[in-house]
Design a binder for this molecule. Sequence first.
Ligand code: NAD
Length: 376
Amino acid sequence: MVGIGLIGSGFMGKCHALAWTSVRAVFGDAPEVRLVHLGEANTALADTRAREFGFARASGDWRAVVDDPDVDIVSITAPNRFHAEMAIAALEAGKHVWCEKPMAPEFAAAERMAAAAQASGKVAALGYNYVQSPSIRHIGALLAEGAIGAVNHLRIEMDEDFMADPDAPFFWKHEASSGYGALDDFAVHPLSLIETLFGRVARVMCDMAMPYPERRTAEGGRRAVETYDVASTLLRLENGVSGTLLANRSAWGRKGRLQLQIFGSKGSIVFDQERFNELKLYVTSDRPTEQGYRTILSSPHHEPYGSFVPAPGHGLGFNDLKTIECREVLARIEGRQARLIDFASGLEIERTVHAMARSFREGRWVDVRQERPRNG
Ligand SMILES: NC(=O)c1ccc[n+]([C@@H]2O[C@H](COP(=O)([O-])OP(=O)(O)OC[C@H]3O[C@@H](n4cnc5c(N)ncnc54)[C@H](O)[C@@H]3O)[C@@H](O)[C@H]2O)c1
């Protein structure tokens, strides 16, 4: 029996709770889990959410979760600025950690998280759920078998419209303490796909924009926005592949777009998270009269789709990606092979993000390897 602690119970907190609740039913090989302790910003909210999600104990102080002897794994889903302190405390208390992305707004803090993970010997995983999708896994298999030949260019775009309304109020994602903005919120996800499918980024050239520099506050005043909603980056990967990564949190009409286009010498692949139960494949080996993108619907042939639904084309949902990620966390803890972005590979994503920000500040290409903590 594995004891679960959950810190934060908002959007992602609920996703983690659902994943912990369903992981064993979906994947019969997962161990039994017990929802032990939920921590929130205050006791009343903790009590309410613990009742709703099925946790045995609740606390208005996250440290009680970390210190709970019955907790083996801590899910961290609080805002970005708390990740480092919470994750390091949990690792030092001997717990495994499953922390939401990004690692931390400051690169030095992300480095401390990676060092704490290494010193602890515990599993320290990040919430890069998009790498878990059966379609993305299949794209990895197609690339490995050379289905589209040698890859020479990729384009990734991540867009949503949750900040598109100029009248939407100021909240924590507009504060510099949450990071740079679109880079930490969005660009890290495409970078997790790049890390998983292609390897490391070598050089970046980035521009950022702030469409709405001021927002109204809940109290009726105005406040200057400290983060950038838009980031546009040219990339060069260590394997020589060129690419672009575009991210926009103020893109009206885009709800959960994470589009990946991969161009190779013998074809191309197109994927969009808004339609993540399908991918499009173009191969030059088709007869010229029939050349064109074919749409491949997810099915039990695409692991681990079949663990959720036996019927092809019926589709998974966003929360299912979290359940797959949860199974991978448990597999890694059991010493089995697992597909995860852990704190060590997550640190390389953070290094790339900070190189992007430096590129924007200094108006030049930046070598990712040379990126060091701003305050380190
Ligand atoms: N993997 C993904 O696809 C994905 C998607 C959205 C958000 N995220 C990440 O998840 C994290 C949370 O984002 P969210 O959208 O769920 O935010 P949210 O605002 O919906 O939830 C955050 C929760 O943390 C709680 N909280 C705040 N301070 C706390 C404290 N000191 N102790 C305990 N709880 C505290 C809040 O009360 C709230 O319930 C962020 O780091 C974000 O980047 C990941």
